[in-house]
Design a protein. Structure first.
Length: 126
């Protein structure tokens, strides 16, 4: 069983940060759905981390390294996604982030429409 932290440091984004999110297509509807938290999208069954800390259930999982996310998506395209969206996050929009997982994994909290405005690209998993 995975070991989860008991405390997370959530901060308001104060400098630009590029992160990557898997999605099931490059169209607007697929991207909007991918940028909803599991809580907002009412996804079932819950991820084990969501059961550990409700705050994670309300965040969107993103990665610093596109390659790490692509490896995961190639193994489980049905679950992870068939495309990778690039988000160029900017400060000043109330986006919050926390380092909550393994190397380069971030939890991101933000209004889905605002997160959508940060999407610069969505490409098929290579």
């Amino acid at each position: 069983m995975a070991r989860f932290e008991m405390e997370f440091r959530v901060v308001v984004l104060d400098e630009p940060l590029t992160l990557y999110r898997a999605c099931h297509g490059p169209d607007r509807r697929a991207l909007e759905r991918a940028l909803m938290s599991n809580f907002q999208a009412r996804r079932e069954p819950p991820h084990p981390a969501d059961l550990h800390a409700a705050v994670l259930h309300m965040a969107v999982s993103m990665f610093e390294q596109r390659e790490n996310l692509e490896r995961m998506a190639r193994r489980r395209p049905d679950r992870i996604g068939t495309h990778i969206a690039t988000l160029a996050l900017e400060p000043g929009y109330g986006v919050c982030i926390a380092d909550t997982g393994g190397a380069g994994h971030w939890s991101v909290w933000g209004v889905p429409a605002q997160l959508m405005a940060f999407v610069t690209d969505a490409q098929t998993v290579g």
